[in-house]
Design a protein around this ligand. Structure first.
Ligand code: NCD
Length: 303
């Protein structure tokens, strides 16, 4: 499907061909990019939840290509006076050429894409969808491993509330890989997520032992426990600190294992890994700008 004017709501909406076109454009932009291609365009950032990388890298991506960025700061907006999400979206749609939205509520980006006439990019909503993070993660693997198929991929941590982990699994499931879903029982995948993986034709196994599967892995994707999404803080307290990936944990890994993480990390991923060849999480953050540049250009200009 053509990229021009497209909404980016879920990684499921994109075929392997769509993704390949995006990755090709990203390869090109990593090498050199047309700094004025988005001149005159305005990107509207609506972040209704905390963010560092996603918000900043969308802003950097837009500015590198010559666009201007406006940021709705929820704390100082009329949302605080009781304005509805619908009206807020309508206003941002009037003022911008493309909207980037993050929200704690599942389905917000789909709703925004229905009510806005300009394209909408989901910068993470609820516990399921974070499509641009999944695109970054796939691109990082393609770059560091030279392929997207035939890999053994461990996804470790909060698979219940973590949209980055879930969207990543939906992404890698499009290719022929073996997924190891590694988590404490309380943080295991939801039934709807498992059903979806089965529907896509994914090969996956669930385990709570990283140690057992580690020697098999080519990629280990670690995620933070999503404290803010637990309906009951007492439930969070029970699993808090229940896993930590450090050099000792990784001692029986393949020599060329890469360790990924969407970041932010809290206590689940040791700083010890930062200066080893396994570290791929800062690379993800770096490549994220190029993926987002390629996305903005494909959607707003079509090339
Ligand atoms: C993630 C998110 O917001 O879903 N961060 C990100 O965008 N890189 C992961 C997280 O918050 O743990």
């Amino acid at each position: 499907m053509a990229w021009k004017n497209r909404d980016v709501v879920s990684i499921d909406d994109f075929s392997k061909e769509d993704l390949e076109a995006l990755f090709k454009k990203t390869d090109e932009y990593e090498h050199s990019y047309p700094s004025g291609i988005l001149k005159g365009k305005i990107i509207g950032n609506i972040f209704l939840e905390y963010s560092t990388r996603t918000r900043v890298s969308f802003e950097v991506a837009a500015k590198r290509l010559g666009a201007e960025v406006i940021n709705l700061v929820a704390e100082y907006s009329s949302i605080k006076k009781g304005e509805s999400l619908y009206d807020t979206l309508k206003m941002m749609d009037i003022y911008s050429d493309l909207l980037v939205i993050r929200s704690p509520i599942e389905g917000t980006a789909r709703f925004a894409s229905d009510v806005c006439k300009h394209p909408v990019i989901n910068a993470g909503d609820g516990y399921l969808n974070h499509p641009t993070q999944a695109m970054i993660d796939l691109y990082t693997i393609r770059k560091l491993k030279g392929r997207l198929d035939d890999l053994r991929i461990g996804v470790c941590g909060d698979l219940r509330y973590g949209r980055a982990a879930v969207s990543f699994m939906f992404g890698v499931a499009k290719y022929s890989n073996k997924i190891y879903a590694i988590s404490p029982a309380q943080l295991s995948m939801r039934e709807d997520v498992k059903n979806k993986l089965t529907e896509i034709g994914a090969y996956f196994v669930e385990t709570n032992s990283l140690e057992e599967v580690l020697p098999e892995l080519d990629v280990l994707y670690v995620t933070r426990i999503q404290k803010e999404r637990f309906p009951d803080i007492a439930e969070y307290e029970k699993v808090k600190g229940s896993y930590k990936v450090d050099l000792k944990t990784l001692q029986n890994s393949k020599r060329d294992l890469i360790v990924m993480h969407p970041l932010p990390r809290v206590d689940e991923l040791s700083y010890e890994i930062d200066n080893t060849p396994m570290q791929a999480y800062f690379k993800q953050a770096e490549l994220g700008v190029y993926i987002r540049m390629a996305l903005l250009s494909l959607i707003l200009v079509g090339e």
